[in-house]
Write a protein that binds this ligand. Structure first.
Ligand code: FMN
Length: 346
């Protein structure tokens, strides 16, 4: 399948998740296989244009992740067009617009899901971006703002006409946030209606669910929280799609994932080949290592383990232990003890 001119080798995608799906995490998921596309955490168009936002690092990606989509948020068409140009200059394959974030801090600035409340304006944002860049522009939206206004089918059509190359729908409304369940019937309806690729998102925790959701007629599925619990889920979905039983992941392999994540976070920017890491203009000088790098790594592991520990036997013990770790060496010891001393599989 292709998004614009970009070949997507598998329909299974790592969903963007602010604070979670950083470049190190995405690389590790990608190495496990089955992953056709990764999307960065959302980054502010305003920040990209001004080149001084503290969240510019969210736009960072590495060559290992291609094809890669950088997701931006904002509501001002000229600014979104300028930000899309920066994303293109960073060498990204795709630029994605966030029309799904329900967080008031974002939504009140006429960005994120509040764009769904003004469909004409949302289409103008897409149009301005499409005019500004050669790379594909895609949109990620929700089912609608609230239950009274589930307008994704209409807006998806409008952004297609505005030149979008693909659309993703998370089948919940902004008002639902993460409660209830995603409406895959609506997602399927949009998929049948549009000529551009349509992706669905929501509630795939097991690889079998990813395959099941494909049957509504989407071109692909973005997996969010499921990939934080189980970074092999895309590879396992690819196994099932190929007629194989999904691969079994040992406890030791799950532990190794966390140790690799620690290493990638600690070593990022060390001994990397020229051109391997792409950063937003203005973020070049900034190195988290300058201050509190170890603390940052510990916090990253805490955030991941809140999800990763779900579904593991004694997962709450792991969570409590990781939350009390005060150094990286302590973290490594905790992971070692939890995962490496038991031969069981999960
Ligand atoms: C912690 C977290 C952060 C998220 N951040 C973003 C984001 O930055 N951009 C976006 O489009 N969606 C974001 N999402 C939504 C996911 O991409 C996804 O559409 C949603 O979680 C439903 O899929 P799931 O049930 O597989 O998690 C986020 C979700 C979570 C749980």
């Amino acid at each position: 399948m292709k998004i614009g001119s970009i070949e997507i080798p598998s329909p299974f995608v790592v969903a963007p998740m602010a604070g979670m799906t950083d470049t190190a995490f995405r690389r590790l998921v990608k190495r496990r296989g089955g992953c056709g596309l990764v999307v960065t955490e959302m980054v502010s168009s305003e920040g990209l244009v001004r080149g001084i936002d503290r969240t510019l690092e969210y736009a960072e990606y590495t060559e290992e992740e291609r094809p890669v989509s950088i997701q931006i948020f904002g509501g001002d068409p000229p600014k979104m067009a300028a930000a899309a140009r920066i994303v293109q200059d960073m060498g990204a394959d795709i630029v994605d617009v966030n029309m799904g974030c329900p967080v008031p801090k974002i939504a009140k600035h006429n960005a994120g899901c509040s764009l769904m409340r003004e469909p004409e304006h949302a289409a103008r944002v897409v149009e301005a971006m499409v005019e500004a860049v050669k790379i594909p522009v895609t949109v990620k939206m929700r089912a609608g703002w609230n239950d009274k206004d589930r307008n994704a089918p209409m807006l998806a059509r409008m952004v297609q006409e505005a030149g979008a190359s693909a659309v993703t729908i998370h089948g919940r409304t902004a008002e639902q946030s993460y409660t209830g369940s995603a409406d895959w019937e609506l997602v399927g309806r949009v998929a049948r209606d549009l000529r551009i690729p349509v992706f669905g998102s929501g509630d795939c925790v097991e690889p079998e669910q990813v395959i099941e959701k494909m049957k509504v007629g989407v071109n692909g599925v973005l997996v969010g929280r499921g990939v934080l619990r189980n970074p092999w889920i895309l590879a396992q979905a690819a196994d099932i799609a190929a007629g194989r039983p999904p691969r079994v992941v040992t406890l030791r392999e799950r532990g190794e994932f966390l140790l690799d994540y620690i290493d990638l976070l600690l070593e990022q920017r060390d001994n990397e080949k020229e051109g391997f890491r792409h950063v937003a203009p203005g973020a070049e000088q900034k190195s988290v290592k300058a201050s509190g790098h170890e603390r940052w790594v510990i916090n990253k592991l805490r955030a991941l383990c809140a999800w990763y520990s779900k579904g593991l036997d004694s997962g709450s013990h792991l969570r409590v232990a990781v939350n009390s770790a005060e150094s990286v060496s302590q973290l490594r010891r905790i992971v070692d003890e939890f995962f490496m001393t038991m031969p069981a599989t999960v």
